[in-house]
Design a protein around this ligand. Structure first.
Ligand code: FEO
Length: 171
């Protein structure tokens, strides 16, 4: 079934949003390195890779459906956070924005009766629940740690245990 132009446009726009997410997390990772928090930097760097996977799943979907990929410019990311807590609050806010976009994309898929896109989006809808949960867990831990340097040191080490493909820092 040929994809409708409005659906192709919406998917291309989401590819851009996922690539911007990647770019944002890479900038945040660099900032965590600056703040001497290598564990959080690693966690965010893996998140960068994960966002590239999110973008590429949409990219491959367009190719498979015989639709054209149209890449747009990326915005300059903001990552001059004073604290890791501020950074992870921004992560949560960003993921909530992405969830909103995914749900709206699903509305387009439903409106245009694109069942293949609806099927693909199930994965993203579930993924966003996990993404928001990870950010909330990190915020909760960072709030508990507060200004306690040794607590932050341990939390940073824990977050640094994340392995590629694993979502949380707890593994
Ligand atoms: Fe691809 Fe973090 O949403």
């Amino acid at each position: 079934m040929v994809m409708k132009a409005s659906v192709v446009k919406a998917v291309n726009s989401q590819i851009n949003a996922e690539l911007e997410s990647a770019y944002l997390y890479l900038a945040m990772s660099g900032r965590m390195e600056e703040l001497s928090l290598p564990g959080l930097a690693r966690w965010l760097r893996l998140q960068w890779e994960e966002e590239l996977v999110h973008a590429m799943k949409f990219y491959d979907f367009l190719i498979q459906r015989g639709a054209a990929v149209k890449l747009e410019a990326l915005s300059k990311p903001t990552a001059d956070f004073k604290t890791p807590l501020a950074a992870f609050e921004a992560v949560l806010e960003h993921e909530q924005y992405i969830t909103d976009r995914i749900w709206k994309l699903n509305e387009v898929a439903v409106k245009e009766s694109d069942y293949a896109l609806q099927s693909l989006l199930k994965w993203y809808i579930d993924e966003q629940v996990e993404e928001e949960d990870n950010a909330r867990n990190a915020i909760d831990s960072l709030k508990l740690v507060g200004k306690d340097g040794s607590g932050l040191f341990l939390f940073d080490r824990e977050m640094g245990q994340r392995t590629a493909g694993a979502e949380g820092g707890e593994q």
